[in-house]
Design a protein around this ligand. Structure first.
Ligand code: B12
Ligand code: SF4
Ligand code: SF4
Length: 448
């Protein structure tokens, strides 16, 4: 039987006090009752406790405190102590954590970590990114403001975050996959769907498996407050991952690690249970800037700064409507997402293969010609993209993207290339499409 350790956990009264989103009036009231001036709060696990708990003994002995910070926009934070209940935990945190790692691997994750919830250091960067307009038409990035960087505002009572990464290279990926992916760019007739989107929708896979992980933890230690995410809510996923040791932020802004490159998804479990944070790792980009140099549209405007409005992933997936004519030629034959900044990254020779069949490429998603893909009717598109992330863009944006790639193929092939007729014929089949967007992109493509 494991020895008894103590875990800090919010009692309900304190947890509810921070439920500003769900119960603004009560939050105000409790704030007032507590003698705190601000109506909005963020919670932070007392780092002193975490440090005292290094080696798997968070909480140490005796009473626990959490720090309650009134949020004062544009200013620093003042912290106040608030009492919380310290629950006796009839388990050893170190033993629990090693089990969590083993369960996570069984479920297809390659690594788990723990982050604290004070992301205030990331707030100025987030605000500057938004102020620069780098989010383009992704209104959801601006809609939640700083809640994205404040886990305890999104889910009141959150004091720790379990972070997880799941490799997504298909199981049968060959060692020279980076060269193979780059070679696709030299075949203008081929339509390139980025690697992450060739199989099942990761949002479902990652969240479903994180929920199973949570179920296993709860079966071991009893129920606790939690929520699971994977690109499904205003969460600063890369920041949480980096600070909990999943990897460092590359110059392309993604998280990458020496053991696993960057071809992985991220997911989180927000917890009302304080666990000791895992340590971050150092930056190993050094003088390399291959990702910046290869980016076809110059979207990485400076190391660690991405202007999404120029990123092909944004243009082909997130952006509705017409795509800027200046950017269309730079999109080449990428019809859904883009992997270039990752395929050139030297650390991706260590990228892990998924252990799950979910991310194996579905038929049609790898190596198909633009003409084949452009020929899919809406019904066929819906049938083939059932359960895939591609379905989200709908048939109209699918045709828009392929029309651009067909135009780029026409521009790339010599005037006497016999393949040109087939490309033009395919475009003409959509010249009278009911969508203005499709017709406009087809016209542009036929003019190349
Ligand atoms: C919006 C979004 C996008 C946008 C913008 C990407 C971006 N880098 O911001 C677009 C559509 C372009 C995109 C593309 C892709 N995405 Co995306 N995306 C997201 C999402 C939803 C939010 C990211 C975010 O918060 N961006 C906002 C800015 C503020 O974040 P930031 O780069 O961290 O900025 C920090 C610093 O760089 C600095 N900063 C930034 N700009 C500026 C400017 C100034 C002036 C200053 C001072 C500081 C500063 O401060 C910030 C805070 O620390 C996350 C999921 C999530 N909820 O987190 C997935 C996510 C980041 N995407 C993911 C993936 C896989 C991709 C693609 C590879 C998909 C593809 N193959 O097409 C590409 C890669 C493109 C790239 N190089 O980033 C994965 C990444 C996994 C990993 N290994 O890191 C995530 C985590 C989804 C997931 N759950 O797995 N994505
Ligand atoms: S995904 Fe493509 S377009 Fe976007 S930053 Fe990377 S290389 Fe550039
Ligand atoms: S390509 Fe080079 S600079 Fe870019 S993330 Fe990889 S190591 Fe860092």
């Amino acid at each position: 039987m494991a020895s008894r350790r103590r875990l800090v956990r919010l009692d309900h009264g304190v947890g509810r006090a921070f439920d500003a989103a769900g119960d603004a009036q009560r939050a105000q009231q409790v704030a007032h009752e507590g003698g705190l001036a601000g109506a909005k709060f963020a919670l932070q696990f007392n780092k002193g406790l975490a440090q005292a708990g290094q080696g798997g003994q968070p909480g140490g002995e005796g009473g626990g405190v959490v720090l309650a910070a009134p949020v004062q926009p544009g200013r620093g934070r003042a912290f106040y102590n608030a009492d919380v209940t310290v629950h006796d935990a009839p388990f050893d945190v170190q033993v629990l954590w090693s089990r969590v790692g083993a369960w996570a691997r069984e479920l297809g994750f390659s690594q788990v970590g723990v982050a604290d919830v004070d992301l205030s250091a990331a707030e100025p960067g987030l605000m500057q990114w938004l102020a620069a307009g780098f989010h383009g038409s992704m209104d959801y990035m601006a809609a939640h403001g700083l809640k994205r960087a404040r886990p305890a505002e999104l889910v009141p009572g959150t004091v720790s975050v379990i972070t997880a990464r799941m490799d997504y290279l298909p199981r049968a990926t060959l060692p020279d996959w980076q060269d193979a992916e780059l070679a696709r760019l030299t075949r203008p007739h081929e339509g390139i769907v980025s690697v992450y989107a060739r199989g099942r929708d990761y949002h479902k896979v990652v969240r479903g498996r994180l929920q199973k992980l949570q179920d296993r933890i709860a079966a071991e230690i009893g129920p606790f407050g939690h929520r699971v995410f994977s690109d499904s809510a205003p969460v600063l996923e890369a920041e949480l991952a980096a600070r909990s040791g999943q990897g460092w932020r590359g110059k392309h802004t993604l998280v990458l690690s020496r053991e696993g490159g960057s071809m992985f998804f991220l997911g989180e479990i927000y917890l009302d249970l304080a666990l000791p944070p895992t340590a971050p790792v150092g930056d190993h980009c050094g003088r390399c800037q291959a990702c910046i140099d290869i980016c076809p549209t110059g979207a990485i405007v400076a190391p660690y700064r991405l202007d999404a409005r120029r990123c092909i992933s944004y243009l082909t997936i997130e952006h509705h409507g017409s795509i800027d004519e200046e950017l269309r030629p730079l999109i080449g034959n990428r019809i859904y997402g883009c992997d270039d900044c990752q395929t050139v990254c030297p650390w991706n020779k260590y990228a892990g293969r998924s252990t799950l069949p979910d991310f194996d490429a579905r038929e049609g998603m790898s190596g198909s010609t633009l003409v084949e893909l452009f020929g899919w009717s809406e019904d066929e598109f819906l049938r083939r993209t059932e359960g895939s992330p591609i379905r989200r863009i709908g048939h109209e944006r699918w045709l828009r993207n392929i029309a651009i790639a067909l135009g780029n193929a026409l521009a790339a092939l010599p005037a006497d290339d016999r393949g040109r007729d087939g490309l033009r014929r395919a475009l003409q089949t959509r010249a009278e499409h009911p969508s203005d967007i499709v017709r406009e992109h087809v016209r542009w493509a036929l003019g190349r």
